[in-house]
Design a protein around this ligand. Structure first.
Ligand code: FE
Length: 184
């Protein structure tokens, strides 16, 4: 029998790479769980909670995410992840995933205080991801449906990097994941 989307996520969350750090203080899967908790604590919609939970799944899908990160190429985890999510969930979930990297570029461009708070790893990838946006690019970005949600997701993304912070378990999100799963 084919795996449910939740089971696929469970598999990806328990593979070797989920233990990796990608230059941050926190393991990849812990980071995604921290982001989902932050979304839930902020009273975000269920769609946005699922988006937060899955936003870096692209890193788990790309075999050499760690190598390409360390060598300084951009593995486009936002695009790879959003495509995987879009095949299984509505756009209200996949679009914030797709936009969470562009949201960083946007926030850096409009808010110097935001840039000052970014982690070193995040500054490093910013440059690989295209750096600051021009004023016209900022306007274009804001006009995309889901941009606002992408920005919220980005802010949790930056906060969800606390080493050894206790988090919910993936199983705590099973009900909400299964509710939006188009294959269910
Ligand atoms: Fe992230």
């Amino acid at each position: 029998m084919a795996l449910s989307t939740y089971q696929e996520i469970e598999e990806l969350f328990t593979t070797g790479i989920s233990e990796e750090y990608l230059g941050e203080d926190v393991k990849l899967v812990e980071h995604m769980l921290q982001c989902a908790d932050l979304a839930r604590e902020s009273g975000a919609s269920d769609e946005l909670i699922v988006a937060a939970l899955l936003h870096d799944i692209g890193h788990l899908l790309v075999d050499d995410a760690v190598t390409s990160h360390n060598e300084g190429h951009d593995a486009h985890h936002d695009i790879v992840g959003a495509q995987w999510v879009a095949e299984r969930f509505p756009e209200s979930i996949s679009e914030p995933v797709r936009l969470h990297v562009a949201a960083k570029r946007y926030l850096v461009s409009i808010d110097p205080a935001y840039r000052a708070k970014l982690s070193e790893a995040s500054i490093h990838t910013l440059n690989l991801q295209g750096g600051e946006m021009t004023a016209a690019e900022c306007e274009e970005f804001l006009a995309i449906p889901g941009a606002k949600e992408g920005i919220s997701l980005r802010i949790w993304d930056d906060l969800g990097k606390v080493r050894d912070k206790p988090t919910s378990k993936l199983a705590d999100f099973k009900a909400v994941v299964s509710r939006f799963d188009a294959h269910n």
